[in-house]
Design a protein around this ligand. Structure first.
Ligand SMILES: CC(C)(COP(=O)(O)OP(=O)(O)OC[C@H]1O[C@@H](n2cnc3c(N)ncnc32)[C@H](O)[C@@H]1OP(=O)(O)O)[C@@H](O)C(=O)NCCC(=O)NCCS
Length: 149
């Protein structure tokens, strides 16, 4: 199992997985923008023996580490790989002060996962999704790193 940077060659499978996993899937051009144009973006895949098991897009914007997209392949869900991948992903936060994300209110597996990592709901965005569903804005504040002596 390894984590590596996403490339354009991955976008065929990733956009296919998006269709399977999300009600409002990102289009290929959105991933292309993240890969090629968005200087705040970190695009990663979780891979095992050449097979894409998961993927994530995060925006590192100064003090904020924003998880914009995060998913595990349907065939591999429920095996703690989401837990593993999120743990690894948070290592990329560097000096960010907090991590932030939006999640559908109905998405109990994801909410459970984020809660396990210390994310707390700080706000609700009503009618955020196309079907009118509410988004929960969840935040995890990082502990200050101890400096020097
Ligand atoms: C959310 C997602 C990434 C979780 O990945 P995963 O590999 O299945 O996660 P894990 O196996 O590590 O399980 C995470 C936790 O969720 C729990 N869980 C699984 N299904 C659940 C459910 N229906 N209700 C509540 N908790 C659930 C697991 O028990 C586990 O908690 P535990 O460690 O306390 O037992 C995956 O379901 C996914 O890709 N979903 C579709 C895309 C998505 O919704 N992404 C998030 C967008 S914000």
């Amino acid at each position: 199992m390894q984590i590596r940077r996403m490339t354009e060659n991955d976008l065929g499978i990733i956009t296919h997985l998006e269709q399977l996993l999300f009600e409002d899937p990102w289009q290929r051009k959105s991933f292309e923008f993240e890969l090629n144009r968005n200087r705040y973006s970190i695009c990663l895949v979780l891979e095992d023996k050449g097979r894409i098991i998961g993927y994530a897009i995060v925006w590192k914007i100064y003090e904020e580490f924003h998880i914009a997209n995060f998913a595990i392949h349907p065939d591999f869900q429920g095996q703690k790989l989401g837990t593993y991948f999120l743990e690894q992903l948070l290592q990329y936060a560097g000096n960010a002060r907090y991590a932030l994300l939006e999640v559908r209110e109905s998405n109990l597996p994801a909410r459970h996962l984020y809660k396990k990592f210390g994310f707390k709901t700080i706000m609700k965005r009503h009618y955020y999704y196309r079907n009118g569903e509410t988004a929960l804005v969840m935040q995890k504040i990082f502990e200050k790193k101890k400096t020097g002596t």
